[in-house]
Design a protein around this ligand. Structure first.
Ligand code: ZN
Length: 256
């Protein structure tokens, strides 16, 4: 009888089953809505902090201090376009160079995910992010980042994407259209990333982008307006899909 009341092995220590759910910051009084009036008794918060909310820190615009010789040349205005750097075969090692040369570059989070693995200390959880950067007019870069914090993973991915930015030759390769405007790709291109193969086919003006949601967004960021696409392989894997798209679009420049 005493055995039955003492131990039910499945129920012991419910707190340990999901370590990812108990974050120390969740119990803070500052996060509760002020109108609720529920007495907050979680640990961590000092009682005096209840009403006074710390003013949100304004994001400070960092002044770029170039670290490389190339960065100094860009900053002084000696080099004024990305093409110059690529033609000279130089490697861009600072995201600031790209920001200076392409000030209208937008970055966008394409995908985020959680990486979990078992270590000798237990489970480790990290985040990964894929970020695309493009100016919607002939430049696109895609970067990846991993970190224990989501925000840092996104930051890493963003600066990777900036460093990855490559020029894309836009044009009109459609026999139905034959204009001189830069609304599509100049010819049919095919690119691979992992198991994913993507083909981009020039389309006449006004057709729009025939592509799935995330692929479409990446092509928009690159500056394409009209194109047909075909995709093979596991396209929900954005890691492979984004690589395939970048592989495709880079070919517009190397072939043409
Ligand atoms: Zn056209």
């Amino acid at each position: 009888m005493s055995q039955a009341s003492q131990t039910k092995p499945g129920q012991t220590k419910p707190g340990q089953t999901k370590p990812g759910q108990t974050k120390p910051g969740q119990g803070r009084p500052g996060q509760g809505r002020p109108g609720q009036g529920r007495p907050v008794q979680y640990g961590g918060g000092r009682p005096g902090e209840k009403q006074t909310r710390r003013p949100r820190r304004e994001p400070v615009e960092e002044v770029w201090v170039p670290k490389t010789i190339l960065g100094q040349k860009v900053n002084s205005g000696e080099i004024s376009s990305i093409e110059e750097i690529i033609e000279a075969g130089l490697r861009i090692q600072e995201a600031g160079i790209i920001k200076k040369l392409l000030p209208d570059l937008k970055s966008e989070v394409v995908d985020v995910g959680i990486i979990q693995k078992m270590t000798s200390n237990g489970q480790s959880t990290r985040f990964k992010a894929i970020v695309a950067a493009g100016n919607e007019n002939g430049y696109l870069g895609i970067g990846q980042g991993k970190s224990k914090q989501m925000r840092i993973a996104i930051e890493k991915a963003t600066s990777q994407a900036f460093l990855n930015v490559s020029p894309i030759k836009l044009g009109c390769g459609s026999w139905e259209c034959r204009c001189d405007q830069k609304h599509s790709v100049p010819f049919k291109i095919k690119g691979k990333g992992g198991s994913v193969t993507i083909e981009i086919i020039p389309a006449p003006r006004g057709l729009g982008l025939v592509a799935g949601g995330k692929i479409k967004r990446l092509l928009e960021l690159a500056g394409l307006k009209d194109a047909w696409t075909t995709a093979k392989g596991s396209t929900p894997t954005m890691n492979s899909t984004s690589k395939a798209i970048l592989d495709c679009l880079r070919q517009t420049f190397s072939q043409g």
